[in-house]
Design a protein around this ligand. Structure first.
Ligand SMILES: Nc1ncnc2c1ncn2[C@@H]1O[C@H](COP(=O)(O)OP(=O)(O)O)[C@@H](O)[C@H]1O
Ligand SMILES: [Mg+2]
Length: 299
């Protein structure tokens, strides 16, 4: 079991995953070869990954007060998550993931305004956040909410940010963060530069480390993941494994990173578990990971 309780504040949605042979052109149609409907969204996918890695996870988010909302909460409980911190309101966010051969993917996102987490939604999870060992925050949510969550967390809780943001609230979050993970577009929001090479990512990571976090993980498109800390860095190239669907790989990466750090692993070991989790997830249809075989050091 995990060392402490991990609270994930992020998106909860209904996922509809459709696999086709070939994505249809305008005006054309295609038969669906495989269909999956279940709990999804970036926060839920990360939380499920952490639970599969043996962690005690509380999910904080919003689902609709509708059939889809009840369906995803049932799925979340069955996946081992504590979903008492999920608010029911409005319509459930819907993610439609259309996957063709060779890892080609189209994503349609219907995220109603009322599905974003507001500060008052944290009330029901205040106890869990107040005793969290790790607080994982997804930056697709309003920054005021994320700052409110940080204020509820114990001063020594590990704060993890996934995503990109800019402005004074973003800077305040970054200053408090222990870990920042960003893909290229998100890194551009933070650091003003897309991650066009490992060297560019190294330089961006160095600048980001000076603004707060102790560990920065950056996805370099088409190349791999860079993990950097004040004492050094390590680049994890993508493996040659087949990409079925890239959806959720970043969320799985964060789950692996957090699970390892929670067990006391150093940055290289944490990066290795993040990479293994991402590699496993790109090989699967849909964003839900299957990390149960990866374990941690003790999990
Ligand atoms: N060919 C590949 N092999 C392994 N991992 C990959 C491959 N391509 C992408 N990834 C993983 O996908 C992740 C994408 O991250 P991100 O863009 O944040 O995804 P998400 O859609 O989950 O937010 C990278 O961190 C990387 O680990
Ligand atoms: Mg991401």
């Amino acid at each position: 079991m995990g060392i402490g309780r991990i609270v994930v504040v992020g998106q909860v949605a209904r996922d509809l995953v459709l696999r086709v042979d070939c994505l249809p052109a305008d005006g054309a149609s295609a038969p669906v070869l495989e269909r999956i409907e279940r709990l999804g969204g970036k926060g839920a996918n990360q939380a499920v990954g952490l639970s599969q890695l043996g962690r005690d996870v509380v999910l904080v988010g919003v689902v609709g007060d509708d059939d889809a909302g009840r369906m995803v909460l049932t799925d979340g409980r069955a996946s081992g998550l504590d979903v008492e911190g999920v608010t029911l309101r409005g319509r459930t966010a819907l993610m439609v993931d259309i996957v063709g051969a060779g890892g080609s993917r189209r994503l349609l996102e219907d995220v109603p305004d009322e599905a974003l987490i507001v500060a008052a939604d944290l009330d029901r999870a205040a106890g869990a956040i107040g005793s969290a060992s790790t607080l994982s925050l997804q930056l697709q949510q309003p920054l005021a909410t994320l700052l409110a969550a940080v204020r509820l967390a114990p001063p020594d809780a590990r704060v993890v940010l996934d995503g990109g943001a800019e402005g004074s609230e973003a800077e305040e979050l970054l200053a408090r963060a222990d870990v920042l993970r960003a893909d290229s577009a998100e890194a551009e929001m933070w650091a003003g530069t897309a991650l066009t090479s490992v060297e560019v990512a190294e330089a961006a990571a160095g600048r980001l480390l000076a603004r707060g976090p102790d560990l920065v993980a950056l996805a370099v498109p088409g190349r791999g993941d860079l993990v950097a800390w004040r004492g050094g860095s390590r680049f994890f190239p993508h493996s040659a494994a087949e990409v079925v669907d890239p959806t959720g790989a970043g969320d799985a990466f964060v789950a692996g990173l957090i699970a390892a750090l929670d067990e006391g692993a150093g940055p290289e070991e944490a990066g290795a578990l993040g990479k293994a989790a991402a590699t496993s997830t790109v090989g699967r249809l849909g964003g839900r990971p299957d990390l149960s075989g990866l374990g941690g050091r003790t999990g």
